[in-house]
Design a protein around this ligand. Structure first.
Ligand SMILES: Cc1cc2nc3c(=O)[nH]c(=O)nc-3n(C[C@H](O)[C@H](O)[C@H](O)COP(=O)(O)O)c2cc1C
Length: 178
């Protein structure tokens, strides 16, 4: 299977998680890791499965406004992390509205969010799942959240958990092929 891992990341933490998920997947499948502006319609058309991830902003997917707030947060030193993306470039929310996966394309969502009860933090994965299903992709596994601290740095051990999740997901995708 050819799996396309697509992510959005303001400070690089969702990107780090996506890299480890791709590492797990790549042990079983041909895996392509890409950021949302680079995930073109041609790339999507070649995918048998999509694994899509984003940071949680204001309980859901980022918006143009929240991405600009992220830049201010970094400028003001409220996180030790630097901005890794242009806040004016569209994110997963916008990408999902134009998504046209090939027939039978499988899909799974992940996000990063603050470590705490989801009633307080929200999760971006619900909107990702909705967008993927709305575009016609088949959701084949439960979405997963990977945790950050209040300052947006990744919680210790989450990278390893992401790689293990990627490997399990790879096996799930293989079982669906049989
Ligand atoms: C504007 C803004 C709003 C945020 N809102 C939430 C939120 O509602 N819930 C949450 O768990 N985390 C929230 N966060 C923290 C992000 O989840 C965190 O910055 C992200 O996981 C880091 O990933 P990234 O480095 O890939 O951007 C917010 C961060 C920013 C900048």
């Amino acid at each position: 299977m050819r799996v396309l891992v697509v992510y959005e990341s303001m400070y690089g933490q969702t990107g780090a998680v996506a890299e480890r998920i791709a590492l797990g997947l790549t042990r079983i499948h041909t895996t392509v890791l890409t950021t949302v502006p680079r995930a073109t319609a041609d790339e999507v058309a070649r995918a048998d499965a999509l694994v899509v991830g984003a940071p949680t902003h204001h309980h859901g997917l980022s918006t143009s406004e929240s991405r600009q707030v992220a830049a201010v947060v970094a400028e003001q030193g409220l996180t030790p992390l630097d901005m890794r993306a242009d806040p004016l470039v569209p994110g997963i929310r916008e990408w999902l509205t134009t998504l046209a996966p090939p027939d039978g394309c499988r899909a799974v969502a992940f996000d990063t969010r603050v470590d705490g009860p989801t009633i307080l933090t929200g999760r971006a994965v619900h909107e990702i799942d909705k967008g993927l299903a709305g575009a016609g992709a088949l959701i084949v596994a439960a979405p997963e959240s990977f945790l950050v601290h209040m300052d947006s740095t990744l919680v210790a051990g989450e990278g390893d958990r992401a790689e293990a999740w990627g490997l399990t997901l790879g096996a799930t995708l293989s079982a669906l092929e049989e």
